[in-house]
Design a protein around this ligand. Structure first.
Ligand code: ADP
Length: 268
């Protein structure tokens, strides 16, 4: 496990799924957490679990990452309560499964607002806190959660794929721009592959109705085709890499991508 003692870390979308698994892992590594989500009951439940694991109370922030005002309020709360951040994990995201022909502009925009504008707003509003953290602790780390679908095409989630492609190049741009301005802030991306939850989503009735798959089982098989492990990832298999990127063991990593897909995208 990475040593994250002395780190103040903000995780967005911490209430459920990967964000929830990350929060538990990072708290176990000794970090002081700020957990943010739109799902207030999920945050309350997570806060209790973190206290039980670490004895440490996380700062809970109800936050819609696509809202500039809410980000400004969140940053000022964090400044008051913790003073600075040494890490930011932009994890909150949405994935709509809609065939391109049926996707509305509203759905496309909504995906980009949460998955791309949310990352932009997170980085920009937390930058002063991360700068302070870098002065305090030597360096700060931004981890943006992308996906293998920011590199390879999937089915029926073109808006999601477009959003993750944007996150990749946005992150590399910060990786170039921030250190050149003398800021000790690194920016990297993590790319989970097909996750256990994703298999069931892809096998929804919508996909089957449109003849893309004949059954949920077939959807799972098609998604796993070419994956050497032959199984989807579990949420608990992702946070170790994120902890590494947030720790001082990865100081030379900047503009890098860590793929966690069982070799799926390595196979032609
Ligand atoms: P995954 O399996 O990729 O983690 P989930 O849907 O399980 O996906 O988790 C995504 C998390 O992001 C949820 O807790 C959800 O409430 C949160 N979330 C979604 N949209 C927003 C948003 N606009 N602002 C903040 N959190 C969000």
């Amino acid at each position: 496990m990475s040593d994250l003692s002395g780190k103040n870390l903000l995780i967005t979308g911490a209430g459920n799924g990967l964000g929830h698994a990350m929060a538990l892992h990072l708290a176990g590594c000794g970090a002081q957490l700020v957990i943010a989500d739109i799902d207030e009951p999920a945050l309350a439940a997570l806060s209790e679990k973190i206290q039980a694991i670490s004895g440490n109370t996380p700062l809970s922030v109800v936050l819609d990452v696509s809202s500039e005002e809410q980000w400004q309020a969140a940053a000022s709360t964090i400044a008051q309560q913790l003073g600075y951040l040494t890490g930011l994990v932009n994890n909150a995201g949405i994935m709509l499964h809609v065939p391109f022909q049926e996707m509305t502009l509203e759905q496309f925009r909504q995906t980009l607002q949460v998955n791309v504008e949310g990352v932009f707003l997170g980085c920009q509003n937390c930058l002063p806190l991360l700068e302070l953290g870098a002065k305090e602790a030597g360096s700060s780390s931004i981890v943006n959660i992308s996906s293998i679908f920011g590199h390879v095409a999937g089915l029926m989630h073109s808006a999601y794929a477009a959003s993750k492609g944007a996150v990749n190049m946005f992150s590399k741009s910060l990786a170039n721009e921030l250190p050149r301005q003398g800021l000790n802030i690194r920016t990297n991306t993590v790319h989970p592959g097909v996750m256990s939850a994703g298999v069931s989503i892809a096998g929804t009735q919508a996909a089957i109705d449109r003849g893309v798959f004949s059954s949920a089982e077939e959807a799972g098989q098609v998604l796993m085709m070419g994956n050497p492990y032959g199984r989807p990832g579990q949420p608990e298999e992702i946070p170790g890499a994120i902890a590494f990127l947030l720790s001082d063991a990865s100081l030379l990593m900047n503009g890098a991508e860590i793929t966690l897909d069982g070799g799926h995208t390595a196979v032609y």
